[in-house]
Design a protein around this ligand. Structure first.
Ligand code: KIV
Ligand code: NA
Length: 279
């Protein structure tokens, strides 16, 4: 596959071809996403939960993001890679956002950055795009602001809420974002926003009327402990956790009953060398 650029993505949008995006947080998860034909790979700050065992995304640092983005871009051959700006790395000022974005591009080689916010972050989007770094905006449910939103809750369910979303969508487009993620909003509202805009929308829990979709990889591959709560919008396409656990349990059993390693897993040596060695 040829490397996907911002022009490729714009052409897909023009041709009304849905854009497929998936998160990745390290070399193997990025490798498999790229090999499986993802158009875009997102190094989301959701890596807080899926890779670092945190309860929310708030404690992830820019250094964490740089490390994980590096491992992802080492693996990706074709997909367009976007890195999340974590909480605290862009809200203070547009200058701070530019500096953080430059780090992700220079040190970790991402092709674009994403950060949360609508109208209020329009000047920030403008500053980062002016520096030549493409921006993916993120509106609706913004997990970094869950304390202000009252938890991980769907947004835009009232008329006022839906109007606010439309305002946010216009604002991020006018500020120069080349794409916008719509998280956890009613399908009808996402479809209207998508029709109104001239940049692609990427939905997560936003119905089938968006220009593309994104999911968190470990959720959709089922690569997490059984019993973890999954948001309503996640479709589980595989059962990686069960398969890993099955294999590891079998390994444990075979170590305990000495059936692993077998002959084929063992290096050979001439009997006479052994005899000599023992003398
Ligand atoms: O952090 C993340 O994975 C995200 C996507 C779910 C959009 O922001
Ligand atoms: Na995120």
């Amino acid at each position: 596959r040829k490397p996907i650029t911002i022009s490729t993505l714009r052409n897909m949008y023009k041709k009304n071809e849905p854009i497929a995006m998936l998160t990745a947080h390290d070399f193997p998860s990025a490798y498999v996403a790229d090999s499986a034909g993802m158009d875009m790979v997102l190094v989301g700050d959701s890596l807080a939960m899926v890779a670092l065992g945190m309860n929310d995304t708030n404690a992830v640092t820019l250094d964490d993001m740089v490390l994980h983005c590096k491992s992802v871009t080492r693996a990706v051959r074709s997909a367009f890679v976007v890195g999340d700006l974590p909480m605290g790395s862009y809200e203070v000022s547009p200058q701070q956002a530019v500096q953080s974005s430059i780090r992700l591009v220079k040190e970790a080689h991402v092709q674009a950055v994403k950060f949360e916010g609508g109208v209020d972050f329009a000047p920030t989007i403008k500053a980062v795009t002016t520096a030549g770094i493409p921006v993916v905006a993120h509106i609706g449910l913004t997990p970094q602001r869950q304390n202000a939103l009252g938890g991980f809750r769907a947004q835009g369910k009232s008329v006022a809420g839906a109007l606010k979303l439309l305002e946010d969508a216009y604002a991020v487009q006018e500020a120069g974002a080349f794409m916008v993620v719509l998280e956890a909003i009613p399908a009808e509202i996402a479809a209207i926003i998508t029709k109104q805009l001239r940049i692609p929308t990427i939905g997560i829990g936003a119905g089938d009327g968006c220009s593309g979709q994104v999911l968190v990889q470990i959720d959709m591959t089922g690569n997490f402990p059984t019993g973890r709560h999954l948001p309503k919008f996640v479709k589980k396409y595989a059962n990686v956790w069960e398969e890993s656990k099955r294999g590891i349990e079998q390994y444990r059993d075979e170590v305990k009953n000495r059936s692993y390693p077998a002959k084929e897993h063992t290096y050979a040596i001439d009997e006479e060398h052994v005899a000599e060695f023992q003398r």
